[in-house]
Each structure stands twice: as structure tokens, then as C-alpha cells.
Design a protein around this ligand. Structure first.
Ligand code: HSE
Length: 450
């Protein structure tokens, strides 16, 4: 007797949905061979049917809820994005025991726990490789391959659109607006690209990565987030001048607190912000919409994952990988890994995380100014690593000079308070630029600081 087909409901037919459908049709024979049963489309739910005249009419529906609850559907693939109606549809599917494959990082980062609980209760599979870093297999390595190890850090570039913009600005001098338009045209950006440039997309991905890496529920609200809209061409020039480049980083770390008032223990830091990194760091050469993520684990050491992090076909590749996995589980009568949140580590607020700042400020050029500024850093217990005066009084105007100060690591709150206090000094005309500096475990030799 030939095995019963695995029937798939596809929710959404945008940039990713189209590619998922194409691959499902074009690779039907191979997929059937790999799964051990045919994988068939049961239906495709879209918002506006008239835009999808190339889809056979019997597959097309605008009733997503009706499609999800059809008894002949085994797997629901969701690529519509956003919180609702996706959440309601996926909860209905999971409660009914249907496997779910989703690319919906916003939903997973906001309410992944509810989805996971529904999946646990019914025994249904919940897979979401496509939600982070497009085609790059990253979640499965965290969930399965590295699950015997202790992960200490997951850090890198997880947003293709902002990487495309920053790379175009730094390498070709492209304007911010123009670069964003191009990234949107190429299908990298979210439906609302402010989710990319404000860092929200990377924030959601960081929450998902931290949850998996540290066996702890981390939501988007737990992830400190700054986007790239304040990064200027002048920032990129300043970074280049000291042998660095600027990248939007997502950093998830296991923090070990050695004693003190709060007591010894482990916690989690998850954060997203643009930062200067040495041009010699492998992340500096990640261009266009590519993503790259370093995973560090106690036994494995450092691993690097690199590839296409955005776009229809790359993201569809990850969706199809999950689809084959859940279909195989169905055919074999098993299920994939469940949510693992047993560690339940506390989340560290950003203010307590040690970071380093690169600060550029316009100051009076006369005796004692540097001493006053150094005193202010000392009062905030922030150690200065390097100071450079990169503009003479003549270039700045009669009374001014530009100082560029790079700090050693200090709690982020102390650095932020130092910058605020600098702005209040009579001797300071203005704080022009503040960027964090990250060495991601390597010496920042470019800045003369080990
Ligand atoms: N807008 C996202 C990006 C798509 O630019 O990375 C992939 O999640």
C-alpha cells in the first residue's frame, strides 16, 4: 500500500510563499522520496485572490481559518508574518495536532511560549528555522547538534536589509534612502522596512536565538534594541579612520556574575545595536544582505555560520527543510524536539552590561580642558583607552578642537551617564558621535587597545 500523502496548507503567498510553492511543485518527486510519502499542497490562503491568478483555483482561498481547520490538512506552513491573524491560526492548527512550520519571528519572539505550550499539549511539531537568518541552518544546530554542549555566546549579523544599507554606504558611498529603496526592491526588507532599520527584526531574532541557546524564554521585550537610523556617513568615515567598520550586531551572551549583592550566578544578555568592529574581524567582510553568526560553546569552541539571510528563495529553502523534517516525523510516527526552557535564567538589563564607547566631541582648545574631561570620566569610573585630537583649532574654528575618545569596557549605564554629563560641560560644544565598540572576543588592535 502506498503511504498517505502529507497535506500542506500554505498561509501567505508573498516573497517567501511564492518560492515555497514553486519548490514544492518543482521538487515534488524528490521531496516524496526524501519524506517517504508525497507532499501535497492542500490549499493556499491569500488576502487578495485576484493577485494570484497563476494558482489553480481549487487551491486558492481567502479563508485561512477554514483552510487550517480542514481535516485533510497535516501541516500548516505560515509565511504571512505579523502577530494576528497568524497567532490565532497557528494556535488552532497546533491544538488540532497539525504540525506548524513558520518563518514568523515577530510572533515567536512575542509569544513563542504560547505556541510551544500548544504544541506540547497536542504533540504537534513546531519548526521555525526560516525565522532567523534566512537560508542559514542555525536554529537546528542550536536545538539539536549543539544541545549536548554549553553555549556561551551567539553573536553576529542577522538582518540582511540593514547589512545591505551599511555595506552600500561604507563601500560605495550610497545614501541611506537610496540603499534602503534598493534593499526593498530586492525583496530583503520587511513589509514595513522600519522593522529592519529600527532593529526590531534583529531584536526578534536575538530573542529566538537566546531562548534556544540558553534554554530560557527570552522575548523581544527582553532584548535591548537600537537600530541604524542614527548611523551617518560621517560615522562610517570615522570608523574607517580607525581601521573599523560599522555593523548592526545581535549579541546573546551567557553572563556569569561573580558574587556581589545579587549573588553569584548565570544570566542572559541579549542586545542589538550598531557597533564599530575591527575591519580585520570576519564579520566586517560580510556584505550585501548576507548574514553571519558566531556561536561559541564550551566544548565546541567557536563556530561561524554564514549565508543568505534574506530573500524569497533562501528563506524558502529553510521552510522546505522544516517541512521535510515534520513530514518525516509524521510518516515515522515521531516528533521533533520540544521547547527547552528549563534553565529559566534571569535577563540582565543593558545598563549592567560591560561595553566600550567611541565618542567624538567638539571641545574648547585650551589648557585644562582635557583634564576636566578626564576627571569626568574618572568620576563615572570609566577608564579611557585612547584619546586623539583629530582636528586643530584652525580647522574647527577659532576656539575649538575635536577629541575622539575610546573607552575601556564599563557598565553601559556608566558610559551613557558619562556621555550625558559631557554634553553639560561648558568646555564641550557638543558630543557629535557615540558608537559602541565590539571586539567580539578578539583584540581591537586597530584601535590600539588589546
Ligand atoms: N527583513 C529581513 C532581513 C528578512 O532583512 O534580514 C529576513 O528575516
Amino acid at each position: 500500500m502506498s503511504p498517505a500523502p502529507v497535506r500542506v496548507a500554505l498561509l501567505g503567498r508573498g516573497t517567501v510563499g511564492r518560492e515555497v510553492m514553486r519548490l514544492l511543485v518543482e521538487q515534488a518527486d524528490e521531496l516524496a522520496a526524501r519524506v517517504g510519502a508525497p507532499v501535497e499542497l492542500a490549499g493556499v490562503a491569500v488576502r487578495r485572490a485576484h493577485r494570484h491568478t497563476d494558482v489553480p483555483a481549487e487551491l486558492l482561498t481567502t479563508d485561512a481559518s477554514g483552510l487550517v481547520s480542514r481535516p485533510d490538512v497535516d501541516v500548516v506552513v505560515e509565511v504571512i508574518g505579523g502577530i494576528e491573524p497568524a497567532r490565532g491560526l497557528l494556535l488552532d492548527a497546533l491544538k488540532a495536532g497539525r504540525a506548524v512550520v513558520t518563518a514568523n519571528k515577530a510572533l515567536l519572539a512575542e509569544d513563542g511560549a504560547t505556541l510551544a505550550e500548544a504544541a506540547n499539549a497536542s504533540g504537534a511539531d513546531l519548526y521555525y528555522e526560516a525565522s532567523v537568518a534566512g537560508a542559514i541552518p542555525l536554529l537546528r544546530p542550536l536545538r539539536e547538534s549543539l544541545v549536548g554542549d554549553k553555549i556561551t555566546r551567539v553573536a553576529g549579523i542577522v538582518n540582511g536589509t540593514t547589512n545591505y544599507i551599511l555595506s552600500a554606504m561604507a563601500e560605495h558611498g550610497t545614501g541611506y534612502r537610496e540603499a534602503l529603496e534598493k534593499a526593498t526592491e530586492l525583496g530583503f526588507a520587511e513589509a514595513d522596512p522600519t522593522a529592519d532599520v529600527d532593529g526590531l527584526d534583529a531584536q526578534a531574532k536575538a530573542a529566538i536565538l537566546a531562548s534556544l541557546a540558553f534554554h530560557t524564554r527570552v522575548t523581544a521585550a527582553d532584548v535591548y534594541c537600537e537600530g541604524i537610523s542614527s548611523v551617518t556617513a560621517a560615522d562610517l568615515v570615522a570608523a574607517k579612520a580607525v581601521g573599523c567598520t560599522v555593523k548592526l550586531l545581535a549579541i546573546c551572551e551567557r553572563v556569569v556574575t561573580p558574587g556581589g549583592e545579587a549573588g553569584e550566578g548565570e544570566s542572559v544578555s541579549a542586545r542589538v545595536y550598531p557597533a564599530m568592529i575591527p575591519a580585520s574581524h570576519p564579520l566586517a567582510s560580510v556584505g550585501e544582505a548576507y548574514n553571519a553568526v558566531f556561536v561559541e560553546a564550551e566544548a565546541a569552541g567557536q563556530l561561524m555560520f554564514y549565508g543568505q539571510g534574506a530573500g524569497g528563495a533562501p528563506t524558502a529553502s529553510a521552510v522546505l527543510g522544516d517541512l521535510v523534517a515534520v513530514a518525516r516525523n509524521r510518516v515515522a510516527g515521531g516528533h521533533g524536539p520540544r521547547e527547552s526552557a528549563y534553565a529559566s535564567l534571569p535577563i540582565q538589563p543593558m545598563g549592567r552590561i560591560p561595553t566600550r564607547y567611541h565618542i567624538s566631541l567638539a571641545v574648547q582648545d585650551r589648557a585644562g580642558v582635557l583634564a576636566t574631561i578626564a576627571g569626568l570620566f574618572a568620576r563615572h569610573e570609566v577608564s579611557i583607552a585612547t584619546v586623539r585630537q583629530d582636528m586643530t583649532a584652525r580647522q574647527m574654528g577659532a576656539r575649538g578642537a575635536r577629541l575622539v575618545i575610546v573607552t575601556h569596557a564599563a557598565p553601559d549605564a556608566a558610559l551613557a551617564a558619562t556621555v550625558a554629563a559631557l554634553g553639560e560641560l561648558d568646555q564641550v560644544f557638543g558630543v557629535d558621535r557615540v558608537l559602541r565598540v565590539e571586539n567580539l572576543g578578539r583584540p581591537v588592535s586597530a584601535l590600539g587597545v588589546a
